[in-house]
Write a new protein. Sequence first.
Length: 368
Amino acid sequence: MRRKENHRPDPESATIRAGFAATQCGVQRRDDVSGLQKTFPVVLGRRYAGVAGQKWPVSILPQPGELLSSWLHRLAYANGIPPRHFGTVMGLHAVNWSAKLDRTLPTPILDLLEKHTDVPRVDIAALSLVSDPLAQLRLPLRPIPSMELKEASQPFWLQFCPMCLAEDESPQYRREWTLATRVTCLRHGCRLRDRCPNCGSGLAPFRQNRLVGQRLCSFCYSDLARPTAKSNPPVLRIERLVADLLRLHSAGHRAPNGRSILDPLAQCRFPSNGLPPRPLQRLPLRERYRLFQRLADGDLPRTYAGSRASSRYWALIATASKSHVALHDKLATVVAGAANQGVVEKVPTIDLIDILKAADRVFDRKGL
């Protein structure tokens, strides 16, 4: 029978599984001591093949909010194959094979994953960023990060929270970490990273050639889970409000005139280190954090570029973020109090459509 995710295999069976992956998939393994290329002389027995069918020996379930590439890397580790070689198993020869699948998931690859794992097809497709309602605000997939590619003025395609990686039983990367509007972990309140704290290289888990998990840098093998500083409360308030606005957009809500919440967020251009103004998704993480800090301080409207509507929208977010958190706290207190007393307290009903109509009227009065 195939082993489940929560079952810890013994060393002997793990070796057999690694040998099966290496020989059946045509992947050679390098011995770290001798440096020689070799394969394990283990083949899949006829009886096991009859039981397992076409499934890979180990099938793991994706976690809520996990990115497709992250699940594929963990699937590779579980079957004894480093991610760098797992792309070859799937017929993909590009070095950044898994990162590309996040953006484009071909039907043959989807068929292959459905065939060889226990995960339903619809769940696999949901892990990717294909048909993404927030595509305008995703960090772009840049050239392959390397020890030589450390430009401070360029963003990397993936960010991470060190504390989340440290807490994960199996380190994984979240879809929300690919958003340019995310500079803080909303769970831990700490700042995100977008590069290795030791060598400064961007994340490239797809090129990892050892069975060490996604918590280690694929270039220098340093631990990525080094703590970062806490995010400033004003920055966190703005970030939470933006996250709520994006959730409204993802749920299909639009202003009464059909205008999208996402457009003014993505269309605005911001200055960075003396360079021409660029959209948020083209700024490195450090610059985006500084931008949110300046936005919270109220000194940014003069430096906006682009349409007046998008500039004013960011200013309104900064102004509204203070009362936004207070409203959340008040509602949480009311709900918690009612639950503790076992009495449902009457709370005024607020229609989301009414809120959007009110916001639209404000925009019209200000000529946005």
